[in-house]
Design a protein around this ligand. Structure first.
Ligand code: SF4
Length: 396
């Protein structure tokens, strides 16, 4: 039985206050650079910003919703499932307003203690179906900030489930959004199937199996934690439909789709039992395209700014690092000195300390972009810190 009360918190009486709060995430300097064609020139430093970067509409909306909820329910316990977005500064500020956190598992004690007096915010990635049902049964006030682009993916996989098609989800199996999408791919009756694949290597394993070259037990062992219960590759790969986590790397997703289509054609002689629907969101695509454009310019290094657990930001770093020395940083504090920049290396899955590269040119040519969950004020702080380091290096 559904007892929960969905609440609309974006009401005129609170949005004025919310706008003032979220202004802190803006940056006059970044706005000025945008107006000047994306270029900032200072003595010895030329900063070039990508044409699309930083906050997307879905993230902005989720943050506004979180602030509005705090304003609307000052006397109530307000819970957030996981993180509202993947940005440590934004999350820390919301925590300071008194937000409490519920884990993703739904099996923790906190869920048992929820009452109809509690308010629970669903983050931009959405939540798995079982968790939403649990909250509905508890009768809490539900504030839903799930992004519309994520919900479009859900529609698609539910549609696959209704037609007996197995969803192949290109994403990270432990990412909140992929977990939510996988749960949706079970469909209305809970009988839909899914398989989450992360890389081209895994796609190749699936393609081989479709073409009759795979070994069943090895396949099941490898994908044991990435598929629906009772997954049978001999049955459930007969008709497949592709979907993605919205923030994956576009070029990789396309290659994976082509690989699996070719496998189905190889087996069937046609692609009638292969379905595809590109669910990478426009904001992710725009930021990747803008980075490719930016990388056409001569650059000495790239700074990618955002949370280290942000999927779309990680993909920006992967694009950049194959072309130019790249520093994936969370904040200006990572730029400790010219000799030491703390940065995250996706391939190593760890934070390392690296010096800035040597500069053959008298002017440092620096490209900058930021993930969809990174506010402009952090971008400004990084630019100002770079200018400080450059001035120090000129005066030496
Ligand atoms: S990155 Fe895309 S899917 Fe994610 S919140 Fe932003 S617009 Fe929505």
């Amino acid at each position: 039985m559904k007892n929960s009360r969905p609440v609309n918190v974006r009401r005129p009486e609170v949005m004025g206050w919310v706008q003032t709060e979220v202004e802190r995430y803006q940056s006059p300097l970044v706005d000025e650079i945008r107006r000047s064609g994306g270029v900032l020139e200072r003595e010895g430093l030329c900063v070039r910003l990508a044409s699309a970067f930083g906050f997307c509409d879905g993230v902005r909306r989720a943050i506004e919703i979180a602030y509005a909820t705090c304003r609307m329910f000052p006397e109530r316990r307000i819970w957030l499932i996981g993180e509202i977005i993947h940005n440590p500064e934004v999350n820390a500020r919301l925590d300071a307003l008194g937000l409490r956190h519920l884990p993703w598992s739904g099996e923790s004690e906190e869920y048992g203690k929820l009452t109809p007096e509690d308010v629970v915010i669903i983050p931009a990635f959405g939540v798995p179906v079982h968790l939403r049902r649990l909250l509905e049964e508890k009768g809490v006030a539900l504030v839903d900030s799930t992004c519309g682009n994520v919900m479009k993916v859900w529609q698609r996989v539910r549609n696959y489930a209704g037609r007996g098609i197995t969803s192949i989800i290109h994403g990270k199996v432990r990412h909140e959004e992929s977990m939510a999408t996988a749960s949706q791919s079970r469909g209305e009756d809970g009988k839909g199937r899914f398989l989450v694949i992360f890389s081209e290597e895994e796609a190749r394993m699936v393609a081989d199996y479709i073409e009759g070259k795979g070994e069943r037990s090895a396949f099941l062992k490898h994908f044991a934690h990435c598929c629906s219960e009772g997954f049978d590759p001999d049955e459930h790969l007969k008709e497949i439909g592709m979907a993605n986590q919205t923030t994956m790397l576009k070029s990789e997703t396309t290659r994976i789709q082509n690989l699996l289509r070719e496998a189905v054609v190889h087996r069937d002689g046609h692609d009638a039992r292969f379905h595809v629907f590109d669910t990478i969101c426009g904001a992710t695509q725009d930021r990747q395209n803008a980075l490719f454009e930016l990388l056409q310019h001569p650059l000495d290094m790239m700074f990618i700014i955002g949370g280290y657990n942000s999927s779309n930001t990680t993909h920006l770093a992967q694009i950049a690092e194959s072309r130019v020395p790249t520093f994936f940083v969370e904040s200006a504090e990572c730029l400790e000195s010219r000799e030491s920049v703390r940065c995250y290396v996706p391939a190593l899955k760890q934070v390392v300390s690296r010096p800035l590269p040597d500069f053959p040119e008298p002017v440092w040519r620096v490209g900058i972009t930021a993930g969809a969950s990174c506010p402009a004020n952090i971008i400004e702080q990084v630019i100002r810190r770079l200018a400080e380091l450059r001035a120090a290096s000129i005066s030496h």
